[in-house]
Each structure stands twice: as structure tokens, then as C-alpha cells.
Design a protein around this ligand. Structure first.
Ligand code: NAP
Length: 314
């Protein structure tokens, strides 16, 4: 933790007081030397940065006024200056609680939409499987497939999460991958008709088991591989050849390539929430000083729903 002076604003700059900060799995990749394929990494000695919801405290930018609620890619801090207003977008506090713009109505929700609706394209009656199904992305992915009329099964790491998935999220079935005899056995039991759409959040043994249990021509939306981000040894995939024999469509994607869809996505999803078709679970940790443990804990599965850090009252 470090104290710093709030800098004077140059023309175009916006000073934002932070209200909520997001902790997300992609940040783990940015801590590796060189970052990831689509973004360079964090720098030692510089603050981390990520998705923030805040309120404009002062502005020298004609597009933003004092009191506006905004989303931006900003530092892990109480306040920060958005140079030239870059990355800022106004959010509507009347449409939904502000924290939702970091989860279901934000990039995790859009990630679920892109993977499930643009790649997975579930049809009525098809069998869909979502891993990490109670998390920020997973809860939206599963519910979108359920709304599309598919039979949706989720997995997660605690019985409480499993109850949330079949209860509030209304998925057809779910299992605890930590207590199941094996993921392969669990998929046989819970997805008796095989899998037509796999929304992959976990990778490793989960991905391998789904390959073996997938139906011919199944679609795989390759969203993330969280089981591998801290793994000392990469997982061995023994069923990888089934991509060929089953003619699977396996597509990776990164949400930033689809950010132009965010406004339309927010409108449609807010409608699902208002109409009671979609539930939202958040896991809120208080205080900037608790952000590092909130981040590490999320990678280990402490969170039920989208984990955000609350920094101040609106
Ligand atoms: P999240 O699901 O809210 O939180 C991460 C969850 O991952 C934990 O709660 C934990 O839940 C699960 N997990 C951790 N280690 C695991 C393991 N070894 N095996 C199985 N599950 C494990 O996080 P999120 O933000 O929604 O991210 C979910 C996935 O989407 C991640 O893989 C992330 O990288 C990916 N993602 C991709 C994009 C994209 O653009 N492609 C964008 C956002 C997120 P359990 O208790 O269930 O284990």
C-alpha cells in the first residue's frame, strides 16, 4: 500500500473516486513475465489496474461531468485519473446496482454471452455443460442456455454452489467436482445424452472428460482454463484425439474482441433480470487492503458469484 498525491488534471483528464473494483482470473496471466498473447503484463513497482466502477469527482473532459457514474480500466486505488477520459464509459445507476456492471452486466456477462450464444449456440432440448457454473461468467452462461431451452448441467467446487446452480439459477442438474468420484463418472451420470455444447471455464481434467463425453459435432466455447493458471505441471489430455474423430468445433475467444456489443448486451440482460429470468450472485469484499486476498481467494474458489471489492459508498 502506498500513499500518493492526486495529480492535477490536464485538459481531457477525469478524476474518478472508485466505488467498486473487480478481481478477475485474467489478471493472473498478466502477472506472468510478458503477460498473455492479447495484453502485456503488469509491471513490478507499478499499481495493478483493472475494471473499476466509480464516480467522477472532477473533470476537464466535456464528455464527463462531476457526479457521473463511470466504468473504466483504472488503477487498484481509491482514486485515479483517467488520462483523456480513456477507457471511461458512463453506467446507469438506475438500471441496476452499480456492482452488477462488473459482473452480470459487465465483461464477465458479455463473455458468457459471446461463448454461449455466438459460439455454443444451444438449441432447444440440447445438452449443455458449464464448468465453474456458479462464478461470474458461469452463472450467466448457464442461465442463457437455460433461457434458450437447453438442458443445462453445471459443476462447481462446493455443495452450496451446486445448490445455487440448481436452485436460483434454475439449471437442470449440477455436481460438485471435488466430491464426485471422477468428472468422467459425473458427466455420465448427469449428462446421460452426452454433451452438445461445452462452455469451458476450467481446462485440464475437466476439458479432457468433456472431450470423452461429447457428442459428434459438439461445440466447445473455450473461455478459460482456470485449473491451469497456477498449475506447476500442465495437465495431460488423453482424449484430445476425439476432437478429430467426433468432428468437434473447438473455439477459443477473448471478450475484448467483442466489446462493441456491451451496450446491446446490457440492455438485453437487464431485461432478463427485471423479468425474473436471470438471477445475479455477487460476492463483495470490503476495503482496498483486502483486494489481494480477495483476488487470490477467488482463484481458489472462495467466491460464490462475481467477486468484487467495495471501496466506498456511492
Ligand atoms: P469465477 O468463476 O467467478 O471465479 C473463479 C472460479 O474458478 C472459482 O470460484 C472456482 O470455483 C473455480 N476454480 C478455481 N480453480 C479451479 C480448478 N482447479 N478446477 C475447477 N474450478 C476451479 O471467475 P470468472 O471471472 O467467472 O472466470 C471463469 C473463467 O472464465 C476463467 O477461466 C477465466 O479465465 C475465464 N474468462 C475468460 C474470458 C475470455 O474473454 N475468454 C473473460 C472472463 C473470464 P469452484 O469452487 O467451482 O472451483
Amino acid at each position: 500500500m502506498a500513499e500518493a498525491e492526486v495529480p492535477l488534471l490536464d485538459p481531457g483528464d477525469v478524476l474518478v473516486r472508485h466505488l467498486y473494483m473487480s478481481v478477475d482470473p485474467y489478471m493472473r496471466g498478466l502477472m506472468n513475465p510478458g503477460g498473455v498473447a492479447y495484453a502485456s503484463g503488469f509491471q513490478v513497482g507499478e499499481p495493478l489496474f483493472g475494471r473499476v466502477i466509480g464516480i467522477v469527482e472532477s473533470s476537464r473532459n466535456r464528455d464527463f461531468s462531476e457526479g457521473d457514474h463511470v466504468f473504466g480500466m483504472l488503477n487498484w486505488a481509491d482514486r485515479s485519473v483517467a488520462k483523456g477520459g480513456e477507457s471511461l464509459r458512463r453506467v446507469d445507476p438506475k438500471l441496476a446496482p452499480l456492482s452488477h456492471y462488473l459482473g452480470t452486466l459487465g465483461f464477465p456477462g458479455l463473455t458468457a454471452y459471446v461463448g454461449m450464444m455466438l459460439i455454443g449456440k444451444p438449441k432447444e432440448g440440447e445438452s449443455v455443460y458449464v464448468s465453474a457454473a456458479s462464478g461470474a461468467v458461469g452463472q450467466v452462461a448457464g442461465q442463457l442456455a437455460r433461457i434458450a431451452g437447453a438442458r443445462v448441467v453445471g459443476s462447481a467446487g462446493t455443495d452450496e454452489k451446486v445448490r445455487f446452480i440448481t436452485g436460483e439459477c434454475g439449471l437442470h442438474d449440477a455436481f460438485n467436482y471435488r466430491t464426485a468420484p471422477s468428472i468422467l463418472e459425473a458427466l455420465k451420470l448427469h449428462c446421460p445424452d452426452g454433451i452438445d455444447v461445452n462452455f469451458e471455464n476450467v481446462g485440464g481434467a475437466n476439458f479432457d472428460a468433456v472431450l470423452h463425453h461429447a457428442n459428434e459435432f459438439a461445440r466447445f466455447a473455450m473461455c478459460g482454463m482456470i485449473s491451469q493458471y497456477n498449475a506447476r505441471k500442465p495437465a495431460t489430455l488423453v482424449h484430445i484425439n476425439e476432437i478429430v474423430s467426433k468432428r468437434l468445433h473447438v473455439q477459443g475467444f477473448v471478450v475484448r474482441d467483442h466489446s462493441h456489443l456491451i451496450d446491446q448486451f446490457i440492455e438485453e440482460t437487464a431485461d432478463h433480470i427485471r423479468a425474473g429470468r436471470m438471477t445475479v450472485a455477487e460476492d463483495i469484499v470490503n476495503g482496498l487492503e483486502n483486494a489481494p486476498s480477495a483476488f487470490v481467494g477467488m482463484l481458489k474458489g472462495d467466491n460464490l458469484g462475481k467477486r468484487v471489492v467495495k471501496l466506498a459508498e456511492a
